[in-house]
Design a protein around this ligand. Structure first.
Ligand code: ACO
Ligand code: V55
Length: 276
């Protein structure tokens, strides 16, 4: 299997899937300034890498990520200048949500284990997410005396019902993968032993679709959430025309021809044939 090895991040290429693995297992994949720089570079590189059709973000060992590195990201940045601290923070946010939220390829978070604090931001920024039943989540900020910053609060406000978000922000209590799925923080939770195969099968299913159209569809969804109905109607009209122009494989025309003329498939029940 082809790989990219950085000091804190590993990428494994697997038939169109790029498994992006936060790799500091001895620190439970806590996000240090170095990890954040590497993640930003890796995501920028994968945008243009033809071996990558879809990104799965996960963690090495028994952890997804233990959140921000309390030593390297908080304590050791105390001695930096304000502009240096700003740089460290902005690099974290650059990959954790700016880059991931509107990533031009499908993104799936696979929460294999511990998921704390700052790790909620990339989790929520991914398009889809799957957890191990055994995974342990927590907004632990209150337990060590800070508010959930770094857009963690915004991420949970976007994904959870207010009652659930406030309960976990205020108590810092843990919850497992099943509970995360029940609350809609992740799409689904499955036994840890089945997680990788489950996510791989879903990734393969997505890769059978028209990825140009899928990219337009997911970005449109994320954008319209904060628009008025009027702005959204206008934007979606333009977005649809843009996607149609970008789709060199002319999926729309194939779909129409195969249903209306060839009567070879039914779009309500399956996808059109890419070579038909
Ligand atoms: N920052 C820095 N170091 C960390 C972090 C972290 N977030 N999480 C774990 N580590 C380090 C530990 O200090 C320890 O280092 P050492 O071996 O050099 O002593 C090593 O990782 C292993 O940690 P343990 O606590 O021994 O591992 P264990 O498996 O028993 O527990 C757990 C795992 C529950 C994740 C625990 O490490 C933990 O509570 N981590 C902190 C979780 C957290 O609250 N994160 C911050 C959220 S808030 C935010 O992100 C802004
Ligand atoms: C957190 C995360 C941050 C930050 C401050 O609560 C707090 C977590 C991702 O960066 O800058």
């Amino acid at each position: 299997m082809e790989r990219i090895e950085r000091s804190c991040v590993t990428v494994e290429f697997d038939e169109g899937i790029a498994w992006v693995i936060l790799s500091r297992p001895e620190k439970r994949n806590a996000m240090s300034p170095t990890l954040n720089r590497e993640m930003l570079e890796v995501l920028e590189d994968l945008e243009l890498d033809e071996r990558c059709g879809i990104v799965v973000l996960t963690g090495a060992g028994d952890s997804f990520s233990a959140g921000m590195d309390l030593k390297e990201y908080f304590r050791e940045t105390e001695k930096l200048s304000p502009s240096q601290v700003r740089r460290v923070r902005q690099t974290a946010y650059a990959w954790q949500w700016r880059k991931l939220m509107h990533y031009p390829k499908p993104t799936i978070a696979m929460v294999n284990g511990w998921c704390f604090g700052g790790a909620f931001t990339p989790l929520v920024a991914c398009d889809l997410s799957f957890a191990a039943d055994e995974a342990v989540f927590g907004l632990s900020e209150i337990n060590w005396g800070i508010i959930p910053g770094g857009n963690v609060t915004k991420a949970v406000a976007d994904k959870l019902r207010p009652a659930d978000a406030l309960f976990y922000i205020m108590t810092g209590r843990n919850f497992d993968g099943r509970k995360a799925a029940e609350m809609g923080l992740v799409n689904e939770s499955v036994p840890r032993a089945e997680l990788r195969d489950h996510v791989r099968a879903l990734a393969m299913e997505l890769m059978g679709k028209n990825l140009t159209v899928m990219n337009g569809a997911k970005i449109a969804f994320k954008q319209v959430r904060t628009m008025s109905w009027d702005a959204s109607e206008d934007y979606l009209g333009s977005k649809a025309a843009q996607v149609r122009a970008q789709d060199k494989s002319a999926g729309r025309e194939r779909g129409l021809t195969q249903f209306l003329d060839d009567k070879s498939y039914r779009p309500g029940l399956e996808g059109y044939s890419k070579d038909g």
